[in-house]
Design a protein around this ligand. Structure first.
Ligand code: NAP
Length: 490
């Protein structure tokens, strides 16, 4: 596997970064961060760009004008304030659009106990990073109504999608001098999708013998994050799992207001606070810029300006440690100051060192992927049958009778009908709760090795009597079933 250090172009010259101030408190915290970075002599030139609510209001449904996309494509780097997702005009999230457009597949969220921010977990030494796959899984946004009362969302997980996030997680573990990487999945239940992440992790892990690799089931991971968060170093996980546990983890160290993040891809990286636009406090000089500032520190490390990153981070830590001139959300009761005064305090502390030891960061070596359509060939592929998804009010026995008649004389036989994952025909013990969508499994009498089977004939007969929504081929790849059994199916 080739790797590219992200910091190859570092600090002697100025780096241009797209700045998207965003909505609500966005412009205030962006201005604060830009002032602090300038005071720290970070060599960054800002290219201002727009996204979010104002853009939606101009009728651009994506919330991202072409000029903004062009700017990020040009600079390859963005620092972004929060974007509102307004209800009533423009329906897609501009944040998700940016992540998808630039294939920012790695969402990295460091979670570290900060001095001076008291939480029930203070003193535990929490210092971990969550690496969340950012573009696949339930977030592909492929949803379909199966009937007027049944919705379905496709959970799409791919092998290359798993491999690149896992390799990124290993690379990050090395770059930060960390020792442990845990892969958190729900592979015990979703054996193919979540199981893919676990299998790829176990295949890739031996290539990194210096890192202790382990697997943990995601619900136990959530439990362990609350019981003993200090045990974790780096956690890599799928998109939906990561979305939830990264917010949970941010809550352990003081909440969204101080939580930074990055979204990294092969050609671009976007850095943003985890919090939203906090409209209630917008324009009042109340917002805490720490989360965006720590995101900017991640940006500085990403471009290899470790000295500026360290200087800014230490100034934040000194400021929090001393507890003077903090914004209201983190100050002692009644002692909060505004965004501007807090920013001034951090600037005044530039060049001072906190009592917190600094991590020895190395440039992150991004895995390099060839630009191809990824294909995993299989030596031997067989078609075993079909799952036909049918909408009906018929009870399972009547439905089975009708479908058996439809399959008569074809190469298929009806073997099972299930409702929301549980077999209901042949009948099993217990009284099922039935809704109007059934998965009806037809197995081929003889598995087919490529020659087209009698699918059109079977589907034509089913269509004559039933409303079907979709059909899935049941395949075996190199002798392994590419489909799961229904709950209760033998
Ligand atoms: P939010 O904007 O994060 O705000 C929730 C509350 O957290 C605020 O009311 C405020 O509490 C506090 N807070 C958040 N950031 C703060 C900061 N920097 N300084 C001080 N206090 C801060 O969450 P939301 O109200 O659910 O979402 C508002 C909008 O933001 C929505 O349109 C949502 O879609 C969007 N959003 C965007 C992003 C993003 O762009 N990545 C992420 C999340 C949400 P108090 O009211 O107690 O002061």
């Amino acid at each position: 596997m080739d790797v590219t250090p992200t910091a190859s172009h570092v600090s002697s010259r100025t780096t241009t970064v797209t700045a998207i101030a965003g909505d609500g408190i966005g412009p205030e915290v962006m201005q604060a961060v830009q002032r602090i970075l300038a005071a720290a002599s970070a060599k960054i030139a800002w290219e201002d760009a727009e996204a979010g609510a104002a853009v939606f209001r101009r009728g651009i449904a994506s919330g991202c004008p072409q000029e903004t996309l062009d700017s990020i494509a040009r600079t390859g780097l963005a620092l972004k304030g929060p974007l509102e997702t307004p209800v009533g005009f423009g329906e897609k999230s501009a944040n998700v659009t940016l992540r998808k457009f630039f294939e920012l597949y790695g969402n990295i969220r460091p979670v570290r106990e900060l001095p001076g921010i008291r939480t029930p977990f203070s003193g535990r030494g929490i210092d971990l990073v969550i690496v969340r796959e950012n573009v696949e899984d339930l977030y592909t946004g492929i949803e379909h109504m199966q009937s007027a009362g049944a919705a379905q969302c496709l959970k799409l997980i791919t092998e290359p999608g798993c491999e690149r996030i896992i390799r990124l997680a290993f690379a990050l573990t090395q770059a930060e001098g960390r020792k442990k990487l845990a892969c958190a999945t729900k592979a015990n239940i979703m054996k193919m999708t979540e199981g893919m992440m676990k299998r790829v992790f176990e295949r890739v892990a031996p290539e990194y013998p210096d890192i202790a690799a382990s697997h943990i089931i995601i619900d136990n991971c959530a439990h362990q994050l609350v019981i003993a968060p200090e045990q974790f170093d780096v956690i890599v996980t799928t998109n939906m799992n990561g979305d939830i546990i990264s917010d949970l983890a941010a809550g352990l160290v003081g909440g969204l207001g101080v939580a930074p993040s990055s979204n990294i891809g092969d050609n671009a990286a976007m850095f943003e606070a985890v919090h939203g636009s906090a409209p209630q406090i917008a324009g009042k000089d109340l917002a805490n810029p720490t989360a965006l500032l720590l995101s900017a520190v991640m940006l500085l490390r990403h471009i290899g300006d470790f000295a500026a990153a360290e200087k800014v981070e230490q100034a934040v830590l000194v400021t929090l440690e001393e507890g003077r001139n903090l914004t209201g959300d983190i100050a002692a009761k009644g002692q909060g100051v505004g965004t501007t005064a807090f920013t001034d305090q951090i600037i005044a502390n530039l060049g001072r060192d906190s009592s917190e030891a600094s991590r020895q960061y190395q440039p992150l070596k991004m895995p390099v992927w060839p630009d191809v359509v990824w294909h995993h060939p299989s030596a031997h592929r067989e078609m075993m049958g079909l799952d036909v998804f049918i909408e009906t009010e018929q009870r399972p026995d009547a439905l089975a009778q009708s479908l058996q008649a439809a399959a008569e004389g074809t190469e298929f036989s009806l073997t099972m009908i299930e409702n929301r994952g549980a077999q209901v025909w042949p009948a099993r013990t217990g009284k099922p709760f039935l809704v109007d969508i059934f998965r009806c499994r037809f197995m081929l009498d003889v598995p087919s090795e490529g020659k087209p089977s009698d699918i059109a004939s079977l589907m034509g007969r089913i269509s004559a009597h039933h409303h079907w929504m979709h059909v899935e081929k049941l395949q075996r790849f190199d002798g392994a079933d590419g489909y799961t059994r229904a709950q209760g199916e033998n």
